[in-house]
Write a protein that binds this ligand. Structure first.
Ligand SMILES: [Zn+2]
Length: 337
């Protein structure tokens, strides 16, 4: 060693702040490349000196700015909520003056709640804005349906609300479930949770519809069998994609083949289950006759032949994807060794 550790350590702060001369710099670098004690010291200094201070200051400024912006948007939100209260108050007075009781006032009130959830909540919610807008808008829509239903003495509330929630969920459930699952450490299962939520509301809608029209045995058989046949395929997708341990191509290949088979035999499977209530239509693979080709003379034969082609094509395409995926997996496995 050309220089003493003490001299180098005196130079270190200057070196870290990059204000020492080129000559000193070269000396320090040469020394710390050979001396572990001084190198460690230099690294520690690099970790928590100027840079750390700067980061801390930067975060502090951002935080203060954020708080200020939040306060401003909350004020705007409150002002809008105040403006929305005007029609509510006017209607309250009118309803009391004309009817001497409150009835249609509640429809105005819940309608204004829906408006507020769409334009006031985005300003007031500090975090997860989109999630809060979706939750509050859905809740106020359901309240609006309830008040309308009561006002018109209808019995359609459960059908309308479960249908609305299912419709909203298909598009917006992920925006609520993803942030929630992140917080509850269930992020790994966010897709399954979303599909579970949709599944529950689909069956609730089918049930409420059945009750609303006083459905007979035939309704329940048809609604439940057809829906379940589709729901099961959706669940297989979720399980294979999210929990399958093979690579993407193998999973995609399996799903392509399976979807083709699922579609191809759909009529036959449904006919099997629907036969007891006489709802079977007989347009499945039962009429398969490739010798008669694809003329439209006999719709049953045409249908069966087309379904057969779909099955063959999807199994071939899916099978090729699976084979390619397996080869790729093996190659990756070997290159790892
Ligand atoms: Zn040293």
């Amino acid at each position: 060693m050309k220089y003493d550790c003490d001299i180098i350590q005196d130079l270190l702060p200057l070196y870290q702040d990059k204000i020492c001369s080129g000559k000193s710099r070269a000396i320090v670098e040469e020394h710390i490349s050979g001396c572990t004690v001084c190198r460690k010291m230099a690294e520690q200094m690099g970790d928590n000196t100027v840079e750390e201070k700067l980061t801390w200051e930067k975060n502090n400024v951002i935080h203060k700015h954020q708080t200020l912006v939040n306060r401003k948007t909350t004020t705007i939100g409150m002002a809008m909520a105040g403006i929305l209260m005007i029609p509510v108050l006017v209607c309250l007075i009118c309803n009391l003056a004309i009817g001497h009781a409150l009835d249609w006032f509640f429809i105005v009130l819940t309608a204004m709640l829906l408006v507020a959830s769409l334009i006031v909540v985005p300003f007031i919610a500090v975090t997860k804005r989109l999630m809060w807008v979706i939750v509050t808008a859905t809740a106020s829509l359901i309240l609006l349906l309830l008040t309308c239903c009561i006002y018109t003495r209808g019995t359609w509330f459960f059908v309308a609300s479960s249908g609305s929630i299912l419709g909203i969920s298909v598009f917006f459930a992920p925006f609520v479930i993803v942030p929630l699952s992140r917080e509850t450490k269930l992020e790994r299962h966010r897709a399954a949770l979303t599909v579970l939520w949709d599944t529950i509301w689909l069956y609730l809608l089918l049930t409420t519809c059945g009750m609303y029209i006083h459905g007979d045995k035939r309704y329940w058989y048809l609604a439940m069998t057809i829906s379940t046949y589709i729901v099961v395929l959706v669940w297989i997708y979720v399980l294979v994609i999210d929990y399958g341990k093979r690579n993407g191509q193998i999973k995609a290949g399996i799903l392509v083949a399976l979807s083709g088979i699922w579609l191809g035999v759909a009529n036959d499977v449904l006919n099997f289950f629907l036969a007891p209530v006489g709802a079977a239509d007989g347009h499945g693979l039962g009429g398969l006759d490739l010798g008669r080709g694809f003329s439209v003379d006999d719709i049953t034969v045409l249908n069966a032949n087309l379904l057969f082609v779909i099955i063959v094509v999807s199994v071939c395409v899916g099978g090729m994807m699976v084979c390619h995926g397996i080869v790729k997996e093996k190659m990756e496995h070997e290159s790892e060794k």
